[in-house]
Design a protein around this ligand. Structure first.
Ligand SMILES: [Zn+2]
Length: 59
């Protein structure tokens, strides 16, 4: 049985919000650099970032 993936073991992409392995260097979804991303839950920050991005696109 595989071990469950912990949020603490994931890097959340600052660009698209995709969850990546903590040792990932680039986002598997958009290819953004994850070098400066700290593993751990960051859903609130991602939600805010996405909202800001959406508002910027509209403006
Ligand atoms: Zn990404």
């Amino acid at each position: 049985m595989a071990e469950p993936v912990k949020l603490e073991d994931l890097k959340t992409c600052p660009k698209c919000g995709e969850s990546n392995p903590k040792d990932a260097r680039h986002c598997s979804h958009c290819g953004a650099s994850l070098a400066n991303v700290t593993p751990g839950p960051a859903k609130v920050e991602v939600k805010r970032a996405k909202l800001i991005e959406r508002l910027r696109k509209k403006a």
